[in-house]
Design a protein around this ligand. Sequence first.
Ligand SMILES: CC(C)(COP(=O)(O)OP(=O)(O)OC[C@H]1O[C@@H](n2cnc3c(N)ncnc32)[C@H](O)[C@@H]1OP(=O)(O)O)[C@@H](O)C(=O)NCCC(=O)NCCS
Length: 185
Amino acid sequence: MYPVDRHSARLSLRELVIDDVEAVHSIYGSPEVTEHLSFAPRSRTEVEGIVSRSIASATASPRDEYALALVARDSGELTGYVRLALDPHQQRAATIGGALRSDFWGRGYGREAVRLLLALGFLDLDLHRVWAARAPMNTASAKTLLASGMTEEGVIRGHVHVHGAWRDSITYGILLEEWSAGDEP
Ligand SMILES: CC(C)(COP(=O)(O)OP(=O)(O)OC[C@H]1O[C@@H](n2cnc3c(N)ncnc32)[C@H](O)[C@@H]1OP(=O)(O)O)[C@@H](O)C(=O)NCCC(=O)NCCS
């Protein structure tokens, strides 16, 4: 599916453009934002590569990755970088993840963003299951995923290698029938 065009009350999901590099770098270059992510803060050059690859993957056929800009509807500002990736070895399943600019934290945007990704997955992509993984210490992510209607499912031991060590992940999932019973984003 291309292009993605989904809205909630305050946010939109849209395809990335190369002019988004600076805004994405303000997220992925930040030690605060990446504290619990699976990588160290990215340089501007690395972010340029990420955005370029995201743009290229958007028009792949079949498309298996939706790396998108999360935008505030009132100002048009890029507030987050989010991603839904189809699971290569599962039927109608995908993983979601992402990060918000830190000055947007704590106002319900994270929950709204997850609900938008779930709407993309279930309504546009006809998925059956969506899941996410967080670092054990990432309390904000735990609360956001639960507040979005997802269920904690378990631990993947030694899931990611970050800051020189293997780290576990806590996983969350939601099925189509559970999502349908919840609120629209
Ligand atoms: C995780 C993240 C997306 C949350 O975004 P947010 O806009 O601040 O979250 P919301 O305002 O929608 O809050 C959702 C819930 O989380 C809680 N929460 C948010 N930040 C929190 C924090 N630092 N500590 C404890 N709870 C927190 C809120 O109180 C709310 O819970 P409630 O519904 O029970 O009141 C944001 O902190 C972020 O981008 N972090 C860096 C990247 C990251 O960790 N991504 C997730 C990877 S799995």
